[in-house]
Write a protein that binds this ligand. Sequence first.
Ligand code: GCB
Length: 596
Amino acid sequence: MLRPQDGPTRERRRLDGLWRFRTDPTGEGRDAGWWRAPLAQSVEMPVPASYNDVLVDAAVRDHVGDVWYQTTVRVPRGWAGQRVVLRFDAATHRAVVWVGDEEVVRHEGGYTPFEADVTAHVRPGEEVRVTAVVDNRLTWESVPPGIVSDGPGGPRQDYFHDFFNYAGLHRPVWLYSTPAAHVSDVTVVTGLSGSTGTVDYRVEAEGADGLECRVVLSDATGEEVASGRGATGTLEVPDVHPWRPGEGHLHDLRVELVDGADVVDAYVLPVGIRTVEVRGTEFLINGEPFYFTGFGKHEDLPVRGKGHDDVHLVHDFALLDWIGANSFRTSHYPYAEEVLEYADRHGIVVIDETAAVGQNLGMIGGITGRSYPPTFSAEAIGDAGREVHAQAIRELVARDKNHPCVVLWSIANEPEAHTDSARAYFEPLFTLTRDLDPTRPVGYVNQILASADGDQLSQFADVLMVNRYYGWYTQTGDLAAAGPALLAELQAWARHGKPIIVTEYGADTVAGLHSALPQPWSEEYQVEFLDTYHRAFDQVDAVIGEHVWNFADFATKAGIIRVDGNKKGVFTRDRRPKAAASALRRRWRGPGPWRR
Ligand code: GCB
């Protein structure tokens, strides 16, 4: 799905700002038709933001179910005769949208965009009411999963991941125009052969019968380097300047639908020419071995929760640069497209993950002492849940397929992986991802119960991604025992003959807590913990990446193992470095044995 953009044939307007907002604790709004009138008893709520922490109200923070958002927008007069589209970059976790009195779109999944052609429901120059009901409930048929039950104070939401279930309109909302005949999708696949770059392109258009498709590729200076005609083709770029880690060199692919000399529609797609390949235990970008340094992150900030914010976007990337990180994982859901575009422009490498987290009821039951049905079964995540997961993969690939920064798909975080039912659930999802995108490696992120011998999913993965917490959840405080246990396990995984990225390792650390003898929770312990891991990584050639958990402290649900959130951040929630930050900076910016 193409991002809205301004151009000679298109315009966009952001609907961000203060919207009318109301929770719907009894779920009456859908029957009562709250979209038909100005939202009664509403308060003002900023968009984009999670609604949870904005108001100081437990009933809003812990609300389970529907909330209503509404705004009024004037459609620009100049859009007469154009097609008008309403797009939500995200509504977490599902939404129904009305324009005036008419339902225009509904969408499942909290982290991918959706849109509706609303031309028939608006009149250029006039105002129109836009209403969205957003439902934050997690069930066996959502990704991620959860359980809603009745509690004394109303519905209760349980879920199987630690980060707080922030909800609302987290990302921009757009009204945009295109001509009736318009470019509806573009797919590019890039290649390198010696000093020549190639761009295979495929353009989809609607209402464009009789129009010709023309494409022009230009370099960063705006100079044309290749051009083509027709909806599909291959462009060749001699002496190409590729996109590479640390240098986000982009070309612009300008796609035009033309009628003789008239340009009916034009769309410009940034293109990074690069290749990705797994060979043996190496991960190659442009044919050169790449070693991932960086973090698993979260979209998480004080007050705004998961609300996208350009200030923090730039600041987080500045910190990644400062510390020497060349990559991150979008744990545990697709991030705002602004993040990927920024990574494209700055040469930061991304592992792009779906929102499938918490699909491991055996592990959760072990931690909580509660009993659950088998994870992948008709009583828990069954066929309907898998179809939602499949759709989440389709939408992720459709949205992110053209980003050069994305080099690897992660289709789940720490699912159950040692059972036949897990294999039966995941095999088709791996196949689906490869069918959708044959050009990028695919993997999933495993956890400690998935041993190198017992795991049934790694056979389908191109890259092994492992999360390990020796010295924290096991061998707590005992790094002398943790190091050898980690090394032995990595050596066992290395026998699979695939590249290994350690996608999580970390220790909760209270900023400012010091201890001469490195004790868990102290800054010294976090430094020693990471050091212990790095010594092990440097002994296993198949380890081709290290992502510390986590970039920054983040909010979690209430629980007895978290004090004011998850404290495994190398930065605090307000982005102040802990001692580990300087230690990582020395490793990642230094010559490092990992640069092999
Ligand atoms: C994990 C999860 C991550 C948690 C982390 C922790 O394995 O993937 O979501 O936050 O452990 O700190 O427990």
